[in-house]
Design a protein around this ligand. Structure first.
Ligand SMILES: Cc1ncc(C[n+]2csc(CCOP(=O)(O)OP(=O)(O)O)c2C)c(N)n1
Ligand SMILES: [Mg+2]
Length: 250
């Protein structure tokens, strides 16, 4: 570990829990870079996660207070911590399944109350850690361990959902857009009120291999090709719109 990162990473944590090609490591790096660029004090921050691969991003890696909580309950724990100590900057980092499937009700009600939390949702479109089951974010038609013929349901548009519920800073970026992503995390950190960033993160192990994108570079390239900024989206035909992923602030 280089000396610059000693401030941010817990000593003694070796290796990574993430599979080759997983995007969660890029997200972890982006969060720490945003904190570093804002010169925030890790001692005045709390990182809360639920259960899942994404929930391993803050804990055990971050050198600060971390709460690794129950599946789906990260936002509830974070709300309690923020109410108890309003001076803390409280950041929730968890997966799409954790935050929007089992934890969906906590998410929309915290957004409705505009509680000052910074919620980062690592969306790999599947329940990664438990074997690749369908999630509320799995695209229609995608194959998962529990939808072997293709998912029949439409996924949540998470920024639209959280925005409609009352969140006051909402964005979506992919780990293939790290500069825009870091800028957005910095905005969320400076914003007072419920902030939500959906971060698309490839999972070649559980999602890609069932959907003809089993090599890590194929998933990254697919995201690079499909993610466009919302300003660019205005000129798209309906067919192009369906295949693209719109990113930016909403
Ligand atoms: C109450 C409860 N239900 C189910 C589980 C099993 N479980 C653990 S993680 C997980 C899904 C995690 O998916 P996600 O939040 O998308 O994270 P990822 O692993 O994909 O990063 C599930 C279903 C659990 N631990 N507790
Ligand atoms: Mg997931």
């Amino acid at each position: 570990m280089s000396r610059a990162w000693e401030k941010y990473l817990r000593p003694g944590v070796k290796g990574t829990p993430f599979c080759p090609g997983c995007g969660h490591g890029i997200l972890m790096n982006s969060i720490l870079r945003a904190i570093d660029e804002l010169k925030m004090d890790m001692q005045r921050m709390l990182f809360v996660s639920g259960i899942g691969c994404a929930a391993w991003i803050p804990s055990p890696h971050f050198r600060g207070d971390t709460l690794h909580t129950l599946h789906g309950r990260a936002v509830a724990f974070a709300t309690g911590a923020k109410l108890f100590n309003p001076d803390l900057t409280v950041m929730v980092i968890s997966g799409d399944g954790d935050l929007s499937s089992i934890g969906g009700n906590h998410l929309i009600h915290a957004a409705r109350r505009n509680i000052d939390l910074k919620v980062i949702c690592a969306n790999n479109m599947v329940y990664g850690m438990t074997g690749g089951q369908v999630a509320s974010t799995t695209p229609r038609g995608a194959k998962t361990a529990t939808t072997t013929e293709g998912n029949p349901y439409r996924p949540f548009d998470l920024p639209a959902l959280v925005r409609a519920a009352g969140a006051t800073y909402v964005s979506r970026y992919s780990v293939t857009q790290p500069i825009a992503l870091i800028r957005s995390i910095k905005k969320a950190l400076r914003h007072t009120g419920f902030s939500f960033i959906e971060v698309l993160s490839p999972c070649p192990t559980q999602y890609g291999r069932r959907n003809r994108l089993s090599r890590p570079d194929e998933m990254i390239q697919d995201l690079m090709r499909r993610c466009i900024l919302k300003e660019e989206a205005e000129t798209l035909t309906e067919e192009e719109w369906n295949e693209k992923i719109i990113t930016g602030e909403f």
